[in-house]
Each structure stands twice: as structure tokens, then as C-alpha cells.
Write a protein that binds this ligand. Structure first.
Ligand SMILES: [Zn+2]
Length: 491
């Protein structure tokens, strides 16, 4: 930027600051004004108050049935093993039997959708690798419930569980690997959601997916995410449900009212340039995956009040991974659902009794009512996402230095759009604490609130009160300065 221009900008900033001082001079400063907003500007509503309830979502969560979940898990366990390297053409044992049974069940679910849900086997050859001793055919079973709103049908939410299982060794294709928790629980939850939600109409598209190869290195999920990226699919959120089966942990704690939702803060696919910007303006806690986790917590606790979403601010459990990762690495927002306290005697273990202790991932250690509740949390969040408008994007801060904070975004396309809301929170708050409806506008200025002191976001709202997840604003890229190769913030 030329020095003259910079001077103008500084003068403008000074003027705005003086104007702000002048504006606030009329009344004696109050405690809230010192905190950043005057009494008149204090918002009328906080996000912690429940948003409008969508009767369709309230209805569908009640239809999720623990008995269906139990039946699915027992059926999957009955195939003996679902190791990815196990038999593919035996109708009663091995991963092929599980694949074909799931395909049939998703087709039954689709029959109630009046043609909106289609089911496909996404089959591909996985080349030889560390945990794949020879090239192996893998099949994702994918049920797609097409959105009914023209402007939203291309917007996709994916919910997934992995139907493969393992005992001690990921390459032992012969041992019994019931996998009742890891991950028949997630698979059963996805199938039950498909069965219930196929009967309902949503604006956006929902993909109900069960995948193999998780234990061999997230192979099925990686294939889907890679194909989605190549096809430019607009995946706005992905949930993996993996080990959601037990409410009793190895620590002896029984907690059937909590589910962990893991979300990363710094995006897995962050570029060097983006990292430089983030270090300058902040945002370690505001990836789109983190906004998704906040959305899930806010919405699902409204419809499933007996369940608490325990947000965990990390990508996954310590040093471990899951099927949301390949999505994150390709720039899609994604989170992981897992029970609150795991028991490693029932994961990746040969079924055996040793020193009087039962090892193995057996159905007797599952809590089917708990799994149904986790499925309800998922279903409420998915239904809310697919009923709401798209999140606004891009959202930007158009100016750098100001006592006020103008925020700008581009118009949503939905015909039933009501307008937008600005949300904000103190920088140390985990979730959005305040919101303000600003109408159907494309820019709004938060008077007297500096973006130095708060985190802001924008979400879209439709005429029925369905709210999108929040988009965190990015700084507008500055024009390069001819006198300097690197861009420095103003002193
Ligand atoms: Zn798993």
C-alpha cells in the first residue's frame, strides 16, 4: 500500500475512533460499555436460550428404536468375523456376508423414501500395503437421501460407521472378531438413522455410509473422501460413529448420558500461508470442524435433553485415529462420536477368558439403549443441518483498524432465507455465548466491539427458524505493497 493511502486509512481509523468516543460521550460509561458494548447495543438474546424447535426433528428422534440397533449388532456379530481380509463370497461368514446383508437392509430403508434414497455398493481395489498383504476388493455401502430444495440438494452431510472388525491382529482374517462395539455399534446407528430418516424430506442431501478397511488404515473412508474431492462434492459436515457401544468404562464409570464429540481446532489441511495468517489473527479454536461440534452440541441437547455432548477439543483420542481424518485432510469439516470411557479389554482382542477376565468385543458389553441415544444425537444434528440454510461464505472482516467491527458475507441462495445472525463470544469461551439477528443484509457493523477482544461468527436462518452452523470470518487479503515483499500488520 502506498504511504499516502495508508495515511488516509489511519486518518479514517482515527476519525472512526473519535466518532465512537463522541457517540459514547453522551451517557456516563456503564460497566457493560466498558466491556465493549453500551446498554442500548446489548443483544436481546443469547444463544444459550433454545432456538425454535423443528417439530419434524422432535418427531424423528423418537422413532429411533434400540431394538433395531440390537438386532443389527447381533446379526453383524453372527458373521463370525468382518475382518476386511476375510471371505467375500461366503453367505454366512466374513466381510462379504456383512456387506451384502447391509446392502439389503439399506435397500429396505430406501423403499420408504418415495425414490429419494438410493443405495450403492462403492467397490474398489485396495493395493497391497502394510496391513493389506495382497490387493483386496473393498466395498463401501452408501445410501444417499437426496435433498428436496433445489438450492440445497448439492450440499451434503455424511454419517458413517465402519463395518469391518478385528481381533488382536488386523491381518488375521480367520479368528472370531465380533466387533460388537468396534464398530457394529456405529454401523447399527447409521442403519437405524437411514431407516427412520428415509421417510422424511430435508433440504440438503444426507449420505448414510458404512465402510470397511478402517482397521487397515481408514481405507474405505479414504476412498470415499478422495472420490468426493475429485467430484467437487460440497460435503459440509461428516460424522464418524466409532465405538459408541458401551456406557461402562474400564475406569468403572457407568455414564449412559454422555457422548464425546472430537473436533480438531487447527485444520489438518491448513496451508503454510493459512498458518501464517492464523498466527497473526487467531482462530486456533475456530476451524469449521469445531463450529460443527458446537452446532451438534447446541442442537442435539435441545432434542435429546437426556444426553450431554462432551466436546473434546482435539482431532481424536490421544495418538489414535478414525474415519473422519481422510475427510479433514481433504478440507471437509468432520467430527468423531465415541463413548465417554472406553474399555480396551473389549477392543481389538481375541475372544478369550484370561485370569478370570473376559476379553473380546462381545454384544454383552454393549448398551443398546445408549447406542440408540447416541443415534438420536446424530439424527437430531443431521436433520437440523439438512433442514437449515448453508452456512454463509465467505465471511470476511473488510477493514483492519477500527473500534467497530464490520463483518461482510455473500448472499445465500435459498429462497426461504430469513436472514443472518452475528454470534460472538469472549476469546476464552468454548462456545458462542451471544447472538444478534441482523436481518437479510450482507454486511453488519458491531459498534464499539473490537475484533481484538471477541471472536465473531455469522450464521444463516430460514423462515422456519432453522439455523446454519457458524462461519468464522477470515481477514480480507491485503493488496501487496510495492515497497515490501512481506506483508506486515500496521504497527
Ligand atoms: Zn473402530
Amino acid at each position: 500500500m502506498f504511504p499516502a493511502k495508508r495515511l488516509v486509512r489511519r486518518s479514517t481509523a482515527l476519525f472512526l475512533f473519535a466518532f465512537f468516543i463522541f457517540q459514547t460521550m453522551g451517557s456516563a460509561p456503564t460497566a457493560s460499555a466498558v466491556n465493549g458494548w453500551s446498554r442500548q447495543q446489548k443483544p436481546s438474546r443469547e444463544t444459550s436460550k433454545p432456538p425454535a424447535r423443528n417439530p419434524q426433528i422432535a418427531k424423528l428422534v423418537k422413532e429411533i428404536d434400540a431394538r433395531n440397533i440390537e438386532n443389527t449388532i447381533r446379526k453383524l456379530v453372527s458373521f463370525g468375523t468382518r475382518n476386511t481380509l476375510s471371505e467375500q463370497d461366503n453367505p454366512t461368514r466374513g466381510i462379504g456376508a456383512a456387506r451384502d446383508w447391509l446392502y439389503g437392509e439399506f435397500q429396505k430403508a430406501a423403499a420408504a423414501s418415495e425414490g429419494r434414497m438410493t443405495v450403492e455398493k462403492q467397490t474398489f481395489e485396495q493395493p497391497k500395503g502394510t496391513r493389506v498383504p495382497q490387493p483386496t476388493m473393498l466395498t463401501n455401502v452408501v445410501a444417499t437421501l437426496k435433498g428436496t430444495q433445489t438450492e440445497s440438494a448439492g450440499r451434503v452431510y455424511v454419517v458413517s460407521g465402519h463395518y469391518d472388525s478385528m481381533c488382536n491382529s488386523a491381518t488375521d482374517a480367520k479368528c472370531d472378531a465380533p466387533g460388537a462395539n468396534d464398530d457394529a455399534s456405529g454401523t447399527a446407528a447409521v442403519l437405524e438413522m437411514a431407516r427412520v430418516m428415509a421417510k422424511y424430506k430435508f433440504d440438503a442431501t444426507i449420505v448414510f455410509m458404512t465402510v470397511p478397511g478402517e482397521e487397515q488404515g481408514l481405507l474405505g473412508a479414504t476412498h470415499f473422501a478422495e472420490e468426493a474431492k475429485k467430484a467437487n462434492m460440497d460435503i459440509e459436515g461428516m460424522f464418524t460413529n466409532d465405538i459408541i457401544g458401551s456406557s461402562l468404562g474400564a475406569n468403572g464409570v457407568r455414564d449412559p448420558h454422555t457422548v464425546r464429540v472430537f473436533s480438531e481446532g487447527v485444520p489438518s489441511n491448513e496451508t503454510t500461508q493459512e498458518a501464517t495468517t492464523r498466527r497473526s489473527v487467531g482462530g486456533e479454536n475456530d476451524s469449521q470442524s469445531r463450529q460443527l461440534a458446537r452446532f451438534i452440541k447446541e442442537v442435539s441437547e435441545l432434542y435429546v435433553p437426556t444426553m450431554k455432548v462432551w466436546m473434546i477439543y482435539r482431532r481424536d483420542r490421544y495418538g489414535r485415529g478414525g474415519d473422519h481424518q481422510p475427510f479433514l485432510e481433504r478440507g471437509f469439516a468432520a467430527v468423531r462420536f465415541t463413548e465417554p470411557n472406553e474399555n480396551y479389554q473389549h477392543q481389538h482382542q481375541n475372544v478369550r477368558v484370561q485370569d478370570g477376565v473376559q476379553y473380546g468385543d462381545l454384544p454383552e458389553f454393549d448398551d443398546f439403549n445408549y447406542i440408540a441415544d447416541v443415534a438420536r444425537v446424530n439424527a437430531a444434528a443431521l436433520a437440523a443441518l439438512a433442514s437449515a440454510p448453508a452456512r454463509p461464505k465467505p465471511v470476511t472482516f473488510p477493514t483492519s483498524l477500527s473500534a467497530d467491527t464490520p463483518i461482510r458475507w455473500e448472499a445465500n441462495k435459498e429462497t426461504d432465507l430469513e436472514g443472518y445472525e452475528i454470534v460472538w463470544r469472549d476469546t476464552t469461551e468454548p462456545t458462542w455465548t451471544h447472538s444478534q439477528a441482523v436481518g437479510n443484509v450482507l454486511t453488519f457493523t458491531m459498534k464499539g466491539m473490537s475484533k481484538d477482544n471477541y471472536f465473531f461468527g455469522v450464521r444463516a436462518v430460514d423462515k422456519d427458524g432453522n439455523r446454519s452452523p457458524v462461519t468464522y470470518p477470515r481477514p480480507l487479503p491485503r493488496a501487496p505493497r510495492p515497497d515490501q515483499s512481506t506483508q506486515q500488520p500496521p504497527p
